[in-house]
Ligand binder design. Structure first.
Ligand code: SF4
Length: 306
């Protein structure tokens, strides 16, 4: 099997566990894959019983959240009882893989970290070299093969984006020109769209609806914007099925980067907080991501060619 390729920060990721202020073990219903379910059904002892009692099988099997929205297998210190009693080998796929994601790009598997995790967001926003991918050995998750190879488009986009000799505004305009993108969608024009999305937290919806497109940043904010934009392109455009799909995702990356900046400047969020909020509300909802991509497709030529 081919090697997994990933950005530099990928291998540095380590879950903060009980030090995490925004744990993914709180507020999310975790679906359990069949292999893990079979393991849990036959696991002996008190922990096996505890796990089975925590599973809800009425619909897709998942861990039933407690009254405080916490995973019932979290102990008082915020540590996972599956890991502390029988080890990581007993985690279901989602718990083991989170916050990692995978894309098949031109026949090779690429991995990344999702920014809904605060530690992943920190690594993403600290890494200036977002364009270099390193081979990381054999992957244990494989995506379906994809005929379109987005690598040349992505390289071209990252070359424009990382041209530190030019101001960010110039680099973003160069990307739009290189990809023949329509004018960027403004945050305020997308309010009806944001209003119709599903939210984990309605307070986030209120924040999104009160943001406006900020001026293109300079100085330190410039680098954070650039890295978040690069992350969104890496995550959403790399696995595109054709050029048009790549361009829609690049346009969405611009919109969400503007929102990222607005949440900081207009609502006082820290960069990591803004990245986590956008990621958990948009990226971790297939419906929301598709709604944004659809909006970004408007105005795009049907047979988009560079
Ligand atoms: S959000 Fe990230 S750091 Fe926090 S518990 Fe989940 S994987 Fe660990």
């Amino acid at each position: 099997m081919a090697a997994l390729y990933a950005p530099r920060y990928y291998a540095a990721f380590q879950c903060k566990a009980d030090r995490c202020s925004h744990s993914c073990c709180v507020g999310w219903e975790i679906d359990i894959d069949e292999e893990a379910l079979a393991l849990y059904r036959s696991l002996p002892g008190a922990i096996g019983k505890e796990i089975r009692e925590a599973i809800d099988e009425t619909d897709a099997p998942h861990f039933r959240l407690g009254a405080d929205e916490r995973c019932p297998l979290l102990d008082g210190r915020g540590l996972c009882r599956i890991i502390s009693t029988v080890g990581e080998g007993y985690l279901c796929d989602i718990c083991r893989e989170h916050p990692r994601f995978y894309n098949t790009v031109g026949g090779r598997l690429e991995g990344g970290l999702g920014a809904s995790c605060e530690e992943a967001a920190r690594l993403i926003l600290e890494e200036g070299d977002y364009a270099t991918l390193l081979p990381l050995g054999t992957p244990d998750s494989v995506c379906a093969p994809c005929g379109f190879d987005a690598t040349p488009l992505r390289t071209r986009l990252f070359t424009c984006l990382s041209d530190q000799a030019q101001p960010l505004e110039w680099r973003l305009a160069a990307i739009e020109q290189a990809l023949s993108l329509p004018a960027p969608l403004t945050v305020e024009a997308c309010r009806p769209l944001f209003a119709g999305l599903e939210y984990l937290d309605e307070r986030h919806k209120a924040l999104f609806l009160s943001c406006t497109t900020p001026p293109i940043p300079q100085g330190e904010q410039d680098a954070l914007y650039e890295r978040f934009f690069a992350y969104l392109v890496y995550r959403h455009a790399s696995g595109a099925e054709d050029e048009r799909g790549f361009c829609c995702a690049a346009r969405m990356a611009r919109l969400l980067s503007d929102l990222f900046l607005a949440l900081q400047g207009q609502h006082g969020l820290l960069p990591v907080e803004a990245a986590v909020m956008i990621s958990e509300e948009i990226e971790y909802s297939e419906e929301n991501t598709q709604a944004l991509l659809l909006a970004c497709a408007q105005g795009m030529p049907p047979l988009h060619r560079m």
